[in-house]
Every structure is written in C-alpha cells, then in structure tokens.
Design a protein around this ligand. Structure first.
Ligand SMILES: [Zn+2]
Ligand SMILES: [Zn+2]
Length: 315
C-alpha cells in the first residue's frame, strides 16, 4: 500500500469531521530531540535550582515550582525535586510542572502525563521525565520516542529511588568538569590560611559567577567570609554555588539546601564552633539531640550564631 504523504495526511486531519482533540497528536522524530538545554540561555525564564545550582534560562523545559518548603520553592528537574523531598522529609505541595515542548507553560502535577525513559534528554537523570498536558500527546510521544506514560506520583517515586545513585554519578562528573574543585595541598583557606585539604569534613567552597573557586577550611570561615567579604578580599565576589560536605556521608552537597547544626557545645570543627552540614534534616536533628545545638537552613546561618560574640579583626 502506498503511504499517504505527510502533507496530505495533515490536510485530511484538518478537514476531518472528527474533533482534533480526539485524534492522536502527531509526534515526529524531531520532538524526541528538541533543544535541551536551551542555548543561548533564554532570560525569559529567570531562576536557579537551589539543589544543584543550574539555571532556569537553560533548563526551563523541566522546571518545577511548588509551595515553599523551608525557603525552597523551585527545582530544575524531578531529580532535584526528589532530592529536596528526601532532604527536607516533606513532599512539596501545589507542584507545577513545565511542559517540555512549551517551556512558557506549566500545569498542576495532578493533571500531568509524564513520559518516563524516552529518547528525549533529561536534565539531571539519564531517565528523562517529559511532561505533557494531554494523554494522547504523551501516548503519541512515547510511541515515537520510547518510554512509558506515568502519573506524577510514579515519576516522583522513581526519581526518589534513583537519587542516591545518580548523585554519586553527578558528583563524579562535577569534579571531572571542575564544578566542584577538590582542594589541593597548596590551596589555603581564604579566611584563616589553614589547609582545607586537611579537613575532609570541614572543607567547603564557593564557586563564583565568573568561574573561580574560593576554598575554606570550615563552615565557620565560610560564614565569616559571607558575612563580610571585604574583611578578607578587596573585590567582593558573587557566589554562584556553595559546596559543603555532608557530615553523614562525606559527600559534597549544595550548601544552599544543606541543614546546619549550630550551637553544639560538645562537638567542634577545624576552627572550634561550626555550623555542621547535613544533607538530611533528620540526620541534622539526630546530631543536635545527641550533641546539643539546633538544625537550621542555610538562610538562617550567620557567623554570630556560630560563634558567640563574633568580631571581625577589623572591628
Ligand atoms: Zn537542580
Ligand atoms: Zn579557615
């Protein structure tokens, strides 16, 4: 049988008496590989994922917003949404998912049809989760590009199960690409000049917007620096990302979504009083119960809460 040329087929659809919404949407091979990340970054979509630091102008197609959970209200992807849900111990509510092929639009999570594991590229996970507003669109996409159509709760659950393993792979890549820089013997703490490489749980760092890395021996030095940069450097920098080490796993984690135990009178770090970082809120709370202090979020940590009567040398 001769196949119908695509143009004639479209014409047939256009004049068909059947309502277009009842017909399967046409997905073609181009739909499987739309430009993702968006290059150049599109500034119509402002925002940054606090879990991984990636920017919405590039990764708008998989962006997710939700009611704030301890100050966090957006994530670049299901991976980072699941990561934050596990870290905070709370599933985000009133979740809005961006349509992959229309990044200017988002829909409530309960109305979404998600194609999981297709040929389309994901943002943080090798198993992409592509959001559609209509079942027939998701089905047509899966038929052409592969994958399975699932609902939001299934996609989130799958992301949660994969988070730990994916984070290990992602961190390995970040170190290879210089997005996290392991301090070397010759690197010194910007604040106290000690050697961060000697403190495997104290070391932390700031990545600046122009690609520089500032190393610190401890969170005490990090937050002293953030409190008043000009006490330590001449030209203030704009932090893009902060990396700290999870006290439970020893892994690098985003300092912006870490939980910190401050005020412990029994455990001390490289500089004495510290804000001890944890990936999971429950681990931070358990540490505080055992060692004193309380668990707080990044935005609530200041140097004078870490060190009572803190004074800069210049005061
Ligand atoms: Zn992210
Ligand atoms: Zn230091």
């Amino acid at each position: 049988m001769k196949s119908i040329p695509r143009r004639s087929f479209l014409k047939f659809l256009a004049f068909s008496t059947v309502s277009p919404s009842l017909l399967p949407a046409i997905a073609n091979a181009d739909d499987c590989k739309v430009q993702h990340p968006i290059m150049p970054p599109d500034s119509r979509y402002p925002g940054q994922c606090p879990v991984c630091g990636m920017s919405r102008p590039m990764w708008a197609r998989t962006w997710i917003t939700f009611s704030p959970v301890m100050g966090v209200s957006q994530a670049c992807s299901f991976h980072c949404l699941a990561d934050w849900a596990l870290k905070s111990g709370q599933d985000p509510q009133r979740v809005m998912l961006t349509l992959y092929h229309q990044p200017e639009k988002s829909i409530p999570s309960e109305k979404a049809f998600i194609v999981m594991g297709s040929a389309a590229a994901g943002t943080m996970s090798p198993v992409s989760k592509i959001v559609f507003a209509a079942r027939h669109e998701a089905d047509a996409f899966a038929k052409t590009c592969g994958g399975t159509v699932v609902d939001y709760s299934r996609a989130l659950l799958t992301a949660k199960v994969s988070v730990a393993q994916e984070n290990q792979m992602i961190n390995k890549r970040r170190i290879e690409e210089g997005k996290i820089v392991e301090p070397k013997q010759e690197d010194s703490c910007v604040v106290c000049k000690m050697v961060p490489a000697h403190y495997s749980y104290g070391k932390c760092q700031i990545q600046t917007k122009d690609g520089k890395t500032l190393h610190f021996c401890s969170t005490q030095c990090l937050f002293a620096f953030l409190g008043r940069q000009t006490a330590y450097i001449d030209a203030p920098i704009t932090p893009l990302l902060v990396w700290v080490v999870d006290r439970t796993s020893g892994m690098w984690i985003s300092g912006l979504t870490a939980f910190y135990v401050i005020g412990s009178s029994r455990v001390f770090g490289p500089m004495g009083h510290e804000a001890f970082p944890f990936a999971l809120l429950e681990n931070a709370k358990a540490f505080a119960v055992e060692n004193g202090g309380k668990a707080v979020v990044y935005g609530d940590v200041t140097i004078d809460k870490i060190v009572p009567q803190w004074k800069y040398n210049t005061d």
